[in-house]
Write a protein that binds this ligand. Structure first.
Ligand SMILES: Nc1nc2c(c(=O)[nH]1)N=C([C@H](O)[C@H](O)COP(=O)(O)OP(=O)(O)OP(=O)(O)O)CN2
Ligand SMILES: [Zn+2]
Length: 135
């Protein structure tokens, strides 16, 4: 019997979508206002889901307090109130699109969650735009 548990957190961060291999004109055409050289911000909402068997002794798939602490330590402490392009190693050479942010979050968490649990990350960049990564 497998059950999914999850935790939603939010963080606020600035970014700029830009490909340094392209001209300024091409970047502006592809990324539009998200290519603003002075950056812009989003209120990101991230939902982390873990799926696996319910432990007989605890009745838990995973302690949600532990999941909350893990997300805080691995994600919020690194990205909240930061400029993703300038302040974080993760995006120094990686375009901070919603897709890439979700993959980075997944990789950061995967290292700390037992392998028998399936992990997925849903990231809302705006109220209407979201991406999902399941590994
Ligand atoms: N596949 C992707 N497409 C886009 C991404 C992305 O990360 N992956 N990012 C952006 C911009 O960074 C930003 O998310 C767009 O913001 P905005 O247009 O303001 O968002 P909304 O769609 O919610 O606003 P509307 O008012 O509905 O236009 C663009 N594309
Ligand atoms: Zn943006």
């Amino acid at each position: 019997m497998h059950v999914t548990v999850g935790r939603t957190e939010h963080f606020n961060a600035a970014h700029r979508l830009h490909n340094p291999a392209w001209s300024d004109e091409h970047n502006a055409r592809v990324f539009g206002k998200c290519n603003n050289p002075n950056y812009h911000g989003h209120n990101y909402e991230v939902t982390v889901r873990l799926t696996g068997p319910v432990d007989e002794a605890t009745g838990y798939v995973y302690d949600l307090k532990r999941l909350s602490d893990l997300i805080k330590r691995e994600i919020l402490d690194t990205f909240d109130h930061r400029n993703l392009n300038l302040d974080t190693e993760d995006f120094r050479e990686l375009n901070p699109t919603a897709e890439n942010i979700a993959v980075v979050i997944w990789n950061r968490l995967r290292a700390h969650v037992e392998p028998h649990l399936a992990l997925s990350v849903t990231l809302y960049e705006t109220d209407r735009n979201f991406v999902e990564y399941h590994g």
